[in-house]
Every structure is written in C-alpha cells, then in structure tokens.
Write a protein that binds this ligand. Structure first.
Ligand SMILES: CCCCCCCC(=O)SCCNC(=O)CCNC(=O)[C@H](O)C(C)(C)COP(=O)(O)OP(=O)(O)OC[C@H]1O[C@@H](n2cnc3c(N)ncnc32)[C@H](O)[C@@H]1OP(=O)(O)O
Length: 211
C-alpha cells in the first residue's frame, strides 16, 4: 500500500537546478543561525551584519509563495520535502539530516546538532531530540511501505544528548492493518541518549481514498 500520490515526474534537471539555487542559501542561513548564537564580534560588526541580513531579507521578500513547500510539492513530497524542519534542503532550521532507509523498515542517519539546538547547557534540547526521533521513525515506517501520521510518540530520555556528532536509528517493530509500531534511538559518544516508540496510523482520509 502506498500513499495515493501520483509519481513525481519533475525532470531531474529541474530538481538539480532548484537544488543548486536554494541549497546554498539555506546553508548560508544555517551558518548565520549558528553565528547568531556563537559569534563574539564587537557591536559595530553586529550592527553592520544586521544591515546586511536585512538587505538580504528585503530581496527575498519581493516574491513570496502562496502555498507552503509541503503543499506545493505534495505529489513530489517524498522526493522534495524541502521545507521539512529535520531534512529540508531549503529549511535552515533543519540540521539537516540525510536519512538512509531500506525497505525492511530501517532508517538511520549520522548528523550534527550545533549550538543553535542547545537546551540544557551543552546538551540538545529535548524537543529537538523528539523532533528528530519522530522524523526518522516516520522514514522507517514509510520505507516499509505503509506510511502514516504519528498517532502516539513515547520518548525515554536516558541521558543528556551532547551537542555535536550524533546518530539516530529507527526500525519497524510490527504492523497490524492501518497501524505500524516503530522504535528509534539517538546515540551519542557515550551510548544511547534517548529511545522512542511511535504508533503510526494511516489516516482515515487516505484509507477512504484507497478503499
Ligand atoms: C517521510 C516523512 C516522515 C515525517 C514524519 C513526521 C511525522 C509527523 O510529524 S506526523 C504529524 C504529527 N501527527 C499528527 O498531526 C497526527 C494527528 N492525528 C491524526 O491525524 C489522527 O488522529 C490520526 C491519523 C492519528 C488517527 O485518525 P483516524 O485515522 O481518523 O483514526 P481512527 O479512525 O479514529 O482510529 C483508527 C485506529 O487508530 C487508533 N488510533 C487513533 N488515534 C490514535 C493515536 N493518537 N495513537 C494511537 N492509536 C490511535 C484507533 O484506536 C483505531 O484503532 P482500532 O482500529 O484498533 O480501533
């Protein structure tokens, strides 16, 4: 069973062109976010940088989409989730994660969480940990062939997740009709920091389209 989306027929050269156009902007913005919390230049430099950023914002604001990227790319959603806050090419909030999945229902990613994701001193914010776990659980569930919305997400925080290089792994435990149960863990330099279990439900609206 697959989502009832038509196949993504966007030509490769269009996707490549858009990637080359927007990817560097988001990458620069990620560095900007990092430096908003980490730079220690003097106030004159901060004022000059603020003016530069405001000028860039004025340029980008000239044309604004009427739909979000998720809505606009819906048919291509699994190829171009560019606005996604975990994996989105165009979203500076996204670390971003590169998630690798296999059809058996397993997904994994080695990723980096910098200072902009800090919660407790030196540690990743618990909400960010949950965000990443939810996303990668969703990948594992989708890879198995029956994607769904997160119905219930349970997280156990075993130890603080240090900022820096991390790994996340997710796998499907079992499926029963419209429901899929999956587990995931975040791993830091000292082992597992957080574990999650999610129940994913194929929503009623999709079920009715498939019926
Ligand atoms: C690749 C991209 C990955 C992205 C991953 C990111 C994941 C996300 O962030 S998804 C966004 C967060 N989640 C949401 O917004 C979901 C909001 N909730 C909903 O849309 C709905 O409540 C939804 C879809 C969970 C269930 O709605 P619906 O399909 O109408 O359920 P309903 O028909 O009442 O129940 C169907 C079955 O599911 C069960 N169920 C319903 N809700 C839940 C729930 N929250 N938790 C567990 N089980 C549930 C019911 O008990 C029922 O079970 P049974 O058939 O055994 O009686």
């Amino acid at each position: 069973m697959n989502w009832p989306f038509p196949p993504d027929e966007t030509p490769d050269h269009v996707v490549e062109h858009e990637t080359a156009t927007w990817g560097p902007l988001a990458e620069a913005a990620r560095e900007l976010v990092d430096l908003c919390v980490m730079s220690d230049v003097d106030p004159e430099e901060v004022a000059a940088a603020t003016a530069d950023v405001e000028a860039a914002v004025a340029r980008l604001r000239k044309v604004r989409r009427t739909q979000t990227l998720g809505q606009e790319h819906l048919p291509a959603g699994r190829r171009r989730p560019w606005g996604n806050p975990v994996i989105g090419l165009r979203n500076p909030i996204a670390p971003p994660l590169q998630v690798h999945s296999v059809p058996e229902g397993r997904s994994e990613s080695d990723f980096h969480c910098g200072p902009a994701y800090e919660g407790p001193p030196g540690l990743v914010h618990g909400g960010v940990v949950a965000l990443i776990l939810d996303q990668v659980l969703g990948h594992a569930v989708g890879a198995k062939g029956r994607p769904g919305m997160t119905g219930t997400l349970t997280i156990v925080y075993r130890q603080g997740t240090p900022l820096g290089d991390l790994r996340v792994e997710a796998w499907v435990e079992r499926e029963d009709g419209i429901k899929t149960w999956a587990k995931a863990q975040v791993i830091g330099p000292d082992g597992v920091t957080a574990e999650a279990e999610g129940v994913f439900i194929l929503p009623r609206a999709i079920r009715e389209q498939l019926a």
